[in-house]
Design a protein around this ligand. Structure first.
Ligand code: NAP
Ligand code: MG
Length: 415
């Protein structure tokens, strides 16, 4: 096959699980696959259409099949998908409001989501000291997100009561003796979930060769946060030799200290966050680094399965313009990095260095295109210096394809 005019395409050994999606990102998806991937790489794509019409048609079985395929092959790349609400049920005449595909994939792969920004020179971060990406790993189980709450309106005693199944004596802890109206909340977590989270974080830090932080408030929540800290200690200790070999340093930090340090740091670390902290910090880091179009996301399971995607949604507003035949300027950077992440990982796992090299060249082509002043509207509005005009969705991808082709043809090694 000589479709790129530079000799044969790079041949991959194992199929890649390709998960298609909805709206504007579905349009971008096809352009990226046809212009930036298939002309250069000979890879078997095992295709799952998670576009909302097909999820409805298959009663959402296709989502489960896609998760099973990732479990089998090890690596997947996913387009953004609609999580249906009432409006979508009408718009797509759905049988029901199918659950969030990402929630289903996360549950079936027992995975942790890592969000990592793409750093380009002419889109300066809001925080001056940040020169390298800060990745947020969010524990996506329990705490406030699966809690029981109660409004207290009269004097009385609130307790935590645990009643063993075996009929033995219940355990009780007093929360508060109320004399005035107030509120209470009960939260929980599971050792197994915390351990999976710790393992996924260690796997990610080893892959990226970046330092690992875990933060909590065990000075106050001695039992609850203390259990998280202890499990992280056990898991990092068990992998100490690997961490040392990769030059990865683990540290436990109090959450307030971690926040202060993160803002003054140059970046370049993975910050493992408890559920609520991760919810808040991932949005802080995303906006601090510039644009949603520059934020990638990877789901890592504790046994080393990887699913790559853009952190943003299907960009509905731009799709509405596209449907009316109006020009769009949607940033495909995070979608392209999902593909490069997946191809690079496939190459790494299969021992195909050419594929790893290609993935780096693809990423460099994107970064150089933006740094040379060709960028979509979202970046043009925050870039320094501002470009004279912004590129359309198609122009941006075409410019990347040209740069990539010349990189592949000259055969220069990736930087
Ligand atoms: P969104 O698709 O992330 O878009 C929100 C806004 O952010 C856009 O209107 C746009 O702002 C800007 N934006 C996001 N990505 C961009 C990109 N690549 N290039 C340029 N601008 C970008 O979020 P949403 O509109 O709230 O959600 C739309 C659909 O996506 C929903 O159905 C939701 O269920 C789904 N969703 C899916 C995922 C996923 O699959 N991982 C994640 C989140 C949401 P401007 O309009 O100002 O240009
Ligand atoms: Mg949030």
């Amino acid at each position: 096959m000589t479709s790129n005019g530079a000799g044969s395409r790079i041949r991959a050994k194992t199929p890649l699980v390709e998960i298609d999606g909805d709206e504007m990102t579905r349009i971008i998806w096809k352009m990226v696959r046809e212009q930036l991937v298939l002309p250069f790489v000979d890879i078997q794509l095992e295709y799952y259409d998670l576009g909302l019409p097909n999820r409805d048609q298959t009663d959402d079985r296709v989502t489960v099949e896609a998760a099973e395929a990732i479990r089998k092959h090890g690596v997947g790349v996913k387009c953004a998908t609609i999580t249906p609400d009432e409006g979508r049920i009408t718009e797509y005449s759905l049988k029901k409001a199918w659950p969030s595909p990402n929630g289903t994939l996360r549950a079936l792969l027992d995975g942790t989501v890592f969000r990592k920004p793409i750093v380009v020179k002419n889109v300066p971060p809001m925080v001056r000291s940040w020169v390298k990406p800060i990745t947020i790993g969010r524990h996506a189980y329990g705490d406030m997100y699966r809690s029981a709450e109660m409004r207290i309106r009269q004097p009385g005693k609130a307790e935590v009561v645990f009643t063993p199944d075996d009929g033995s004596e219940p355990q009780r802890v007093l929360i508060h003796t109320f004399t005035l109206p107030g509120i209470v909340r009960g939260v929980h977590n599971l050792d197994a979930s915390i351990r999976s989270f710790a393992r996924a974080c260690i796997t990610f830090a080893l892959t990226e060769k970046c330092d690992l932080w875990f933060s909590g408030k065990d000075t106050i929540a001695k039992v609850y946060h203390g259990a998280f800290r202890e499990i992280f200690r056990q898991e990092t200790e068990a992998r100490q030799a690997d961490l040392d070999a990769a030059g990865v340093h683990y540290s436990y930090l109090l959450i307030d200290d971690a926040v202060a340090r993160a803002v003054r740091s140059p970046g370049g670390f993975l910050w493992a966050c408890m559920n609520y902290d991760g919810d808040v910090m991932s949005d802080m880091v995303a906006s601090g680094f510039g644009s949603l179009g520059l934020m990638t996301s990877v789901l890592v399971s504790p046994d080393g399965k990887f699913e790559y995607e853009a952190a943003h949604g299907t960009v509905t507003k731009h799709y509405r313009q596209h449907q009316k035949g109006e020009p769009t300027s949607t940033n495909s950077t995070a979608t392209i990095f999902a593909w490069s992440g997946a191809l690079g990982k496939r190459g790494e796992l299969d021992g195909v260095p050419e594929l790893v090299e290609f993935a780096r060249k693809l990423e460099q082509s994107v970064i150089e295109t933006i740094e040379s002043g060709t960028m979509t509207k979202d970046l043009a509005s925050i870039a320094a210096p501002a470009p004279p005009r912004h590129a359309s969705t198609e122009e941006f991808i075409t410019a990347i394809a040209e740069r990539l082709r010349s990189k592949v043809e000259t055969g220069a090694p990736a930087r």
